[in-house]
Design a protein around this ligand. Structure first.
Ligand code: SAH
Length: 520
């Protein structure tokens, strides 16, 4: 990402999986992120440390940033030699006033780039089971502004632009088989009246998709004759996309997103306490099941000096095993290997152990080698018990792990006669959070379960809430606490808290399984 450049990035319609790979990458590197009201909060999770976040929706309690103010901020930050990500809902050039922001950059002599996004005009209908074209029902679609509010979500804060004033309803009504209106909720009665006036049948099917692609998506269908009443009755408010045309009838058959509502986790708010960098995979599998992940990272994975590992790599043939006891050890190991100009061939003649399936998977994807050994249970005790080679005297293990990791494995193996060289390759440290907001959510009974994936997440969870076991116990009273395995469960119990369920398979998949069972 270049400094002094403004990137106009489409955030997609809501579902945080619907941003482009390029957009996500730029976002994670930006010095400054300027975002809108309709930005999904999870998109702001994996940002650079020290990033400056600017909310363009509402600058203070009663001040909405105006378009000229937003333009000015973009220019100012770029002139300050920052890399600026301007995150805009849907596609930046579809009614997003992205064109105006690009013009402002141009006028100020600031460079800009555009990263297109998935527009709500097509994706909100798609999540409602409505294809905007269909071989039998529609061979064209148009996207039209209903224009009743600007980007900041304030009704009537701007007058219609010249192009909007020129809308010609008699042409529009017949311009395509499918008519898609954005910003059309408040003007719906007028839209319907103009279409019928200009010869559209009052029987034409219509759908409104509110909060399309978000878990709270709501869909209302009817005809040009009935839709206004349906919208009123169901309390549909902006943001919503309005689709007019025969394709709406396909929804009955093709609706798929609504079926998520039958999943046991639908609408459940599940706390994820893992490190921010690691939370996203578990969070997205929660989201796939219709749950809402509440990301509350309690630990942070920090890099450490890799020189000791670099040294060990130069004499790697002194070892006959490398054992990975955490997925976190794999990336620094791979980086160190690469930095030393080496590759997977250094493992020639060595055996590889991995504590569990996710670690084995990381070893295979990041180092390109298959683990020779994973124990039946992903815990240190099992790693020792199931050890395949009983000739302990001749075992020399290289063990890259966390600074201050549990020493169960190393001690037990040494007790059996093996030689172990422990090398720290990362560090887990405490991460402070917005604790007041979190406590408020617990108190207003908004939390359905809390998940723990390591004993460090438990200790730091308690610490983040003030560190007093009995106060924490009162606070989380009645909320299921779910753990990935016995060691983590012991840590929960050690704080005087009750473990509701422990995963039988000690992996994220196993954790998901036990969370699902809880709400079955
Ligand atoms: N650039 C955006 C549109 C901005 S105008 C895009 O390409 O999607 C804002 C309007 O977009 C809203 O009034 C609403 O009509 C529509 N919109 C944006 N996100 C939406 C969503 N998730 N569901 C339904 N409509 C949405």
């Amino acid at each position: 990402m270049r400094k002094g450049v403004v990137y106009l990035i489409g955030a997609g319609p809501g579902d945080p999986g619907l941003i482009t790979v390029k957009g996500k990458q730029l976002l994670s590197e930006a010095d400054v992120v300027v975002y809108d009201r309709l930005t999904h909060p999870d998109l702001l999770l994996d940002l650079k440390q020290g990033v400056e976040l600017i909310y363009a929706g509402k600058a203070s309690a009663n001040h909405i940033m105006t378009q000229p103010e937003i333009n000015a901020v973009l220019v100012e930050k770029a002139e300050d030699n920052k890399s600026v990500a301007r995150l805009k809902g849907g596609d930046p050039f579809v009614f997003g006033r992205g064109g105006e922001e690009a013009e402002a950059c141009l006028e100020a002599g600031v460079e800009f780039e555009v990263v297109p996004g998935i527009t709500s005009a097509i994706s909100a209908p798609a999540y409602a089971g409505i294809p905007v074209t269909h071989r039998d029902a529609a061979s064209s679609f148009v996207v039209i502004t209903g224009h009743e509010r600007d980007d900041a979500g304030q009704a009537g804060t701007r007058s219609a632009g010249q192009a909007e004033g020129r809308r010609n309803w008699s042409t529009l009504a017949h311009s395509a088989d499918t008519l898609i209106f954005l910003m059309g909720v408040e003007a719906l009665p007028e839209i319907v009246a103009r279409l019928v006036e200009n010869g559209k049948s009052s029987e034409t099917p219509v759908a409104l998709v509110q909060w399309g692609t978000w878990l709270k998506q709501k869909v209302v269908t009817g005809t040009l004759e009935t839709i206004c009443e349906e919208v009123l009755r169901n309390g549909i408010k902006p943001p919503a996309v309005c689709v007019v045309g025969e394709v709406v009838n396909l929804r009955e058959k093709l609706k798929w997103f609504d079926n998520l509502a039958f999943h046991p986790l639908y609408g459940r708010k599940i706390v994820v306490t893992r490190a921010r960098e690691q939370a996203s995979a578990f969070a997205s599998s929660l989201r796939e099941r219709g749950a809402e992940p509440v990301i509350y990272p309690t630990i942070q994975i920090n890099p450490v000096d890799l020189e000791p590992l670099g040294k060990a790599l130069t004499s790697i043939n002194d070892f006959n095993w490398v054992v990975f006891t955490s997925v976190n050890a794999v990336t620094p190991f791979a980086e160190c290997l690469k930095a030393a100009g080496l590759d997977a061939r250094v493992f020639h003649g060595l055996k590889i152990g991995a504590i569990g399936a996710s670690t084995a998977k990381a070893v295979s994807s990041e180092l390109g080698i298959l683990a020779d050994y994973t124990p039946t249970e992903a815990v240190a005790e099992s790693l020792v018990l199931d050890w395949p080679d009983k000739d302990y005297e001749n075992i020399r293990i290289l063990l890259p792990q966390a600074l201050e990791a549990r020493e169960t494995f190393a001690h037990s193996m040494e007790g059996l006669g093996a030689k172990i060289t422990v090398i720290p390759v990362y560090e887990t440290v405490y991460q402070q959070n917005d604790v007041d907001v979190f406590i408020q959510r617990i108190k207003s009974q908004e939390i359905d379960a809390i998940t723990f994936t390591a004993s460090s997440t438990v200790h730091n969870f308690v610490r983040s809430l003030g560190g007093n076991d009995s106060i924490v116990k009162d606070l989380v009273q009645g909320i299921p606490l779910v753990s990935i395995g016995p060691v983590t469960s012991d840590a929960i119990a050690a704080h005087g808290l009750t473990v509701t369920a422990t995963a039988t398979i000690h992996s994220l998949d196993g954790l998901m399984e036990v969370v699902e069972q809880l709400f079955q």
